[in-house]
Design a binder for this molecule. Structure first.
Ligand SMILES: Nc1ncnc2c1ncn2[C@@H]1O[C@H](COP(=O)(O)OP(=O)(O)OP(=O)(O)O)[C@@H](O)[C@H]1O
Ligand SMILES: [Mg+2]
Length: 494
């Protein structure tokens, strides 16, 4: 394929045989120079950009913008770069939460929550934490870092548990009254899982929930082994302490290599992508908090592009809401979402290496970028992986599917955006750079949504499993489940 060869030539830095681009002309023509001077004058007289609210979220007194208050509210209604901490902003996931609470409360097991980046794991554990605190659990939340170690984390946990709940101290005892904590009882030197379990065994009158979020970030085998041992100790002795572990992973084994011995004691749940109804709910929550509303076409567009990702939905709602406000409206239209999609694309493109950007542009010229985008939509919720079944779902005609598979094979063979990936599910493909996935998917979704509106002028259905565009593989997820572990997806989730 000649386009692949030309793409390879670009990748390896050969000079293109093209005439110089206008951008390389040294001196602009006189008319252009005049234009530049006029623009400069206009720019120098324009108001210098400034913040519109103070750090305390107060409106700047110098601003006379009646929409400034709406802007502040919108910023806290949609927080794409932060997890949800306020229950009012938390959408959907009722079944997931119910399942989690039941397993903690009825089965008294430890919980592992895993799933794709940005799928909502941290938001979920925050809401779970609130529910547990309402039931008077002591909850200690720890966000793991690359250098986290067992000793440091469990000293911090012990420092959050008042001595008052230690069996050896009466509530009126001096140390308990003076605000002592379990950390006061720990010896110097590195803590072992056994020692921590001994300490927690003395808890009375409460239950302790230790949340270890971003567990995947800490790759230390020692840390993971210690956690596994702690779970074993806590379970064997029915100690009133449970762990909730959350992290990015395609399957459970990836997250907890050292845990085979404790399979009976954990409940593992893969956080699923959100349904269309849940994404709509997310936008509606934001409407209520901000007072900014989204018209039906705008909402349809957000739901379609989000493809089940709360992160995409939050990002697009945030950007489109601000665009509407900038235009003096509190009603978001389809055009505002279009602008938001363009902004998101620019953001995502900026996160991709120049090398992959060039390959994507070349793929666009050759007409394969769109289908790669649809594959990216499938791979987004499958650790960047897709395979022949996704292609078959996209192309009902076997001949077309075969042609596209040949193209994919050629791309992968030449390491253009894709790599072949052989695993226990057979031959598949992976995008060579994680950052290309959201960019390619959003480009494809944008094209598809706008074309459908133009040609049929009907409301576009949200992609469903088996639908031509949203390619999912439920059977793959079933296989990832470890038979010996209590795994589960909440009832009602596909
Ligand atoms: N149930 C929800 N309702 C509303 N917004 C949500 C919900 N879940 C997640 N979000 C939004 O989606 C984004 C990602 O959420 P969150 O940080 O919880 O994901 P995560 O899986 O922990 O991500 P990471 O893998 O990066 O740790 C955030 O902007 C958050 O506000
Ligand atoms: Mg997180």
């Amino acid at each position: 394929m000649s386009w692949i060869n030309s793409l390879m030539a670009r990748s390896f830095g050969r000079k293109p045989k093209t005439t110089p681009q206008p951008g390389f002309v040294f001196s602009p023509a006189p008319a252009a120079r005049e234009d530049t001077i006029n623009k400069k004058t206009a720019a120098s007289t324009a108001a210098f950009p400034r913040f519109q609210s103070t750090a305390g979220d107060q409106l700047s007194p110098r601003l006379n913008d009646r929409f400034a208050a709406a802007r502040i509210k919108l910023r806290s209604a949609f927080t794409p770069s932060q997890p949800i901490t306020d229950k009012r902003m938390f959408a959907g996931r009722i079944d997931v939460l119910t399942t989690l609470i039941r397993s903690l409360e009825d089965q008294r097991v430890h919980v592992i929550l895993y799933g794709e980046r940005g799928i909502g794991k941290t938001s979920l554990v925050h809401v779970l934490t609130q529910a547990a605190e309402e039931a008077r659990y002591i909850v200690v939340y720890c966000s793991c870092g690359a250098g986290s170690n067992f000793d440091e984390i469990f000293r911090a946990v012990a420092a959050d548990v008042p001595l008052l709940f230690h069996r050896g101290f009466a509530p009126t005892a001096d140390a308990a009254e003076k605000g002592g904590t379990l950390a006061d009882l720990l010896p110097p030197g590195p803590l072992s899982p056994r020692l921590v379990a001994d300490l927690f065994a003395k808890l009375t009158g409460t239950r302790l929930l230790v949340v270890l979020d971003e567990f995947d970030v800490c790759e230390s085998p020692d840390f993971r082994r210690n956690i596994a041992e702690l779970i074993k100790n806590l379970s064997d002795r029915s100690i009133r302490t449970q762990l909730v572990i959350a992290g990015v992973a395609a399957d459970l084994t990836e997250l907890v290599q050292h845990i085979p011995s404790i399979r009976r004691n954990i409940f593992a749940l893969q956080v699923p992508k959100m349904s269309a109804a849940e994404i709509s709910h997310l936008v509606e929550n934001g409407e209520e908090i901000s007072g900014v509303t989204f018209d039906k076409a705008a909402l349809d567009y957000i739901v379609f592009v989000a493809n089940g990702s709360p992160y995409f939905a939050s990002l697009l709602s945030h950007h489109s809401g601000l665009t509407a406000i900038d235009n003096g409206r509190v009603k978001v239209t389809l055009d505002d979402v279009s602008t938001a999609v363009d902004q998101a694309l620019a953001e995502f493109r900026g996160r991709i290496s120049k090398h992959s950007q060039a390959q994507i542009d070349q793929a666009a010229k050759s007409g394969v970028r769109h289908v790669l985008g649809v594959m990216a939509g499938a791979a987004l919720f499958n650790s960047g992986r897709f395979d022949g079944r996704d292609v078959d779902a996209l192309y009902p005609s076997a001949a077309n599917a075969a042609t596209f598979k040949a193209t994919i094979d050629e791309l992968a063979a030449k390491h253009v955006l894709l790599e072949v990936h052989e695993d226990e599910y057979g031959r598949g493909y992976r995008f060579s750079e994680e950052a290309v996935l959201p960019y390619l998917w959003i480009l494809a979704a944008q094209k598809r949504f706008l074309e459908n509106r133009k040609t049929a002028d009907v409301r576009l259905e949200v992609p469903k499993p088996g639908d031509k565009i949203a390619v999912e593989k439920p059977q793959l997820q079933d296989k990832t489940a470890q038979p010996a572990i209590t795994t589960g997806r909440a009832a009602g989730q596909s």
